[in-house]
Ligand binder design. Structure first.
Ligand SMILES: [Zn+2]
Length: 43
């Protein structure tokens, strides 16, 4: 999962040759990590 640096839209599938946003064509994408839910004990 990637996120466009310009339009902030999620980019699910990336072309191997052309790494750019399919929505606006911006070439700067950020890796969007899915937050991993962890059980944290606060006791
Ligand atoms: Zn974009």
């Amino acid at each position: 999962m990637y996120k466009c640096g310009k339009c902030k839209k999620e980019v699910k599938a990336l072309d191997q040759k052309f790494t750019r946003c399919p929505h606006c064509g911006w070439r700067v994408l950020y890796k969007a990590r899915q937050p991993i839910a962890k059980e944290v004990s606060t006791d």
